[in-house]
Design a protein around this ligand. Structure first.
Ligand SMILES: [Zn+2]
Length: 412
């Protein structure tokens, strides 16, 4: 199919190799393509062990150079490629993919001269039909014809990019895909929750056979949100959790298991049952305390409750992980804002709504800290349960494992 390098850019040819039709349809949808099938299955895929040796000439410029290289790298792969090509001689054009161990995939489009291809086809079939010679012998007799300069009119190196989950995730971690199959709930889909959902979906949330990402918010996207929210203007008027769910699924490659709960969550024990990680992105202190309380009274408590919020009138980004020890209320032991640094009039009124103006970056940093906290829960030990990033004049507290606080109104 054709693809474009930018909105006004040139079209170039893209060859898509898929193993099931779902993959193909997904790719067409994401690339805005009509399903115009120029289907051909003339593809040979060969795994190459490639023990040592760089090729004599790289990249190879002819089919015989490819064969020369394979002969030195992996003889079995050499023979498989030859057999594959001979099997696919019904068209002048065919594709070979070499999956080289620890290196990746390289691909070639091989264009045969029509006459040479007919001769080759004849020889390859004849020997098979009569079965007179053994397979290896047959191959040796046809190979020189296949390697002959005049047989192929061109051999084009293809730029091959895999879109497998493994390939996409390999830049993230040594052990890839480990957030898959987790059940994650995000309460609050404002700036913090919205970006957190996006960042988590990128690293595997909502993937895997049992993984799911649930988003909860009763609020609607308004124009005033646009300067800091993850959602674009196309979703104005939408419920934030439904819009986010749609938005993330729309542009995802492969199935993303995201659910929206388009209402304000009732603070009941059963609402948080069955999740591995619950994220409180409401920025609402009473909700934070209520969740800490639910965690402690629940018989099937989620292993991790993560609170992400902007503290000190938007001068600090804070994330705390409640793993059953210190709770949200225990953060009271840390004074973040001194009396003298409190802003004189922190609130502004605009058509009845009350908000504190501060840079959008504070919330995106909080969302990033949530992503870090969630990935940390996959480690054997948590490196911290309290992290703070300070933007304004606040008391900065280093990352730490927060101790329980005797004066905590929730857990003490
Ligand atoms: Zn506490």
């Amino acid at each position: 199919m054709c693809h474009y390098t930018s909105s006004g850019g040139q079209a170039s040819k893209e060859i898509v190799i898929f193993t099931d039709s779902l993959q193909r349809d997904d790719w067409y949808r994401l690339r805005n393509q009509e399903l115009t099938l120029e289907k051909d299955s003339n593809v040979t895929i060969v795994r190459v062990a490639h023990n040592d040796l760089a090729p004599v000439r790289w990249p190879p410029e002819s089919l015989s150079e490819v064969f020369d290289w394979l002969k030195s790298a992996d003889l079995a792969a050499h023979d498989s490629l030859a057999r594959g090509i001979l099997k696919n001689l019904t068209k002048d054009r065919q594709i070979a993919l070499l999956d080289i161990a620890n290196e990746g995939i390289i691909g070639f489009e091989i264009n045969f001269q029509s006459s040479a291809r007919t001769v080759l086809q004849h020889h390859a079939q004849r020997k098979t039909k009569h079965g007179g010679k053994k397979n290896g012998q047959k191959l040796r007799s046809v190979l020189p014809m296949l390697r002959a300069k005049h047989a192929t009119s061109a051999i084009l190196r293809l730029s091959v990019r895999s879109i497998s989950r493994q390939e996409i995730q390999q830049r993230n971690r040594v052990a890839p895909l480990d957030l898959e199959n987790k059940k994650i709930l995000i309460i609050g889909c404002g700036t913090i929750g919205g970006f957190a959902a996006q960042l988590l979906a990128k690293v595997g949330a909502g993937r895997g056979s049992i993984g799911k990402l649930t988003l909860c918010d009763g609020d609607f996207l308004s124009p005033g949100n646009l300067s800091r929210h993850a959602l674009p203007a196309t979703y104005i008027g939408w419920n934030k959790s439904e819009a986010l769910s749609e938005y993330l699924k729309r542009d995802a490659l492969g199935r993303l298991n995201i659910h929206a709960l388009p209402y304000r969550m009732e603070m009941k024990e059963e609402k948080i049952h069955g999740y591995d990680i619950v994220i409180d992105a409401t920025g609402h202190a009473p909700t934070g305390k209520m969740l800490s309380h639910l965690m402690r009274s629940s018989s099937r408590r989620p292993p991790f409750l993560i609170h992400g919020y902007n503290d000190a009138y938007g001068m600090a980004s804070v994330v705390m992980i409640d793993d059953g020890k210190a709770c949200y209320g225990c953060t009271q032991q840390l004074t973040v804002l001194g009396e003298s640094n409190k802003p004189p009039s922190p609130y502004r009124n605009s058509c009845g709504s009350v908000f504190t103006p501060y840079d959008a970056s504070v919330s995106t940093i909080t969302a990033a800290l949530i992503q870090e906290a969630v990935l940390n829960t996959l480690n054997e030990k948590l490196p911290w349960t309290y992290a703070q990033h300070s933007t304004g004049k606040v008391v900065h507290h280093k990352r730490r494992k927060l101790a329980k606080y005797g004066g905590c109104s929730v857990c003490s």
